[in-house]
Design a protein around this ligand. Structure first.
Ligand code: GLN
Length: 266
């Protein structure tokens, strides 16, 4: 088949946006190539890919990759697909972090936070996850991006084994258990529940992460976490109790998305 027909096959089946993403992801041709070299041959069979997308599977899993902070990440159902929401936390972090800083990323999943912080700051980065399958993907993403990161298997509820850190970052699971089953089919049927479910009130991780981080941070260090759009008050309360201060940041849609605290002891 020639690529302009392949492009049409994808967009007819999936619409302009998804069709184009699938075509470009599967072929490594761009839409521009379709316009300029439409008669080029491809022997790829697009139908199995189209079938999976029509079956509700997120296109990122079908392609096995996605983009975050302009970097490429491999994704499988062992890890949450990196969200643009999370760039709010990363963009705040890379503005503040310099190359001598020691950074820990809790609940790293695909490694998207740890790896983009490493790439854009050259700091010393350690990343933790409880899922061995997620860690395997995160490690592959680190080598894919040439990022030197130390990975640790561990539980963010209890991990407090590092010291003198400058930054602890985390996008922990924060969806209320009852809400998880009501999420979009794409999310609930394909993405890992362990990466989404934050317990009854969605706040399970924040108290433990705050206490453990306070122990691991050096004086003047920061804890910064992603939150659900409706959790700013609850997470600020938790952080205020542990650190005596907290600040909320909004994402590009204007939703509260990040809470951070500074460790200050006299
Ligand atoms: N933002 C993700 C979602 O809405 C959830 C991420 C998380 O629980 N940490 O699907």
């Amino acid at each position: 088949m020639v690529i302009k027909d392949a492009y049409k096959l994808c967009t007819d089946a999936l619409g302009k946006t998804d069709g184009r993403i699938l075509f470009e992801g599967v072929t490594n041709y761009t839409f521009k190539d379709v316009l300029t070299h439409g008669e080029k041959e491809t022997d790829i069979d697009f139908n199995p890919y189209i079938k999976r997308v029509l079956g509700g599977e997120p296109i990122q899993y079908v392609l096995g990759e996605t983009e975050f902070m302009s970097l490429k990440f491999k994704v499988t159902p062992a890890v949450l697909i990196p969200r643009q929401d999370t760039e709010t936390l990363v963009e705040w972090a890379i503005k503040k972090i310099d190359k001598n800083a020691r950074v820990l990323d809790l609940c790293t999943g695909s490694g998207c936070i740890a790896i983009s912080v490493k790439k854009y700051t050259h700091a010393f980065v350690t990343a933790l996850d409880i899922s061995e399958d997620a860690l395997k993907i995160a490690e592959q993403n680190a080598s894919l991006n040439n990022a030197d990161i130390t990975f640790i298997k561990g539980d963010a509820h209890t991990f407090d084994e590092l010291e003198n850190l400058d930054f602890v970052l985390s996008n922990p699971p924060y969806i209320e258990s009852e809400v998880v089953s009501g999420l979009d089919k794409k999310v609930k049927d394909f993405e890992p529940r362990i990466a989404l479910d934050g317990g009854k009130d969605g706040l399970d991780f924040y108290t433990d992460i705050a206490k453990n981080s306070r122990k691991m941070l050096k004086n003047g260090g920061f804890l910064a976490v992603e939150i659900g759009y409706n959790q700013a008050e609850a997470v600020s309360d938790i952080f205020n109790k542990v650190f005596g201060n907290s600040t909320v940041l909004k994402d590009l849609c204007g939703n509260n998305r990040v809470v951070y605290s500074k460790k200050q002891v006299d």
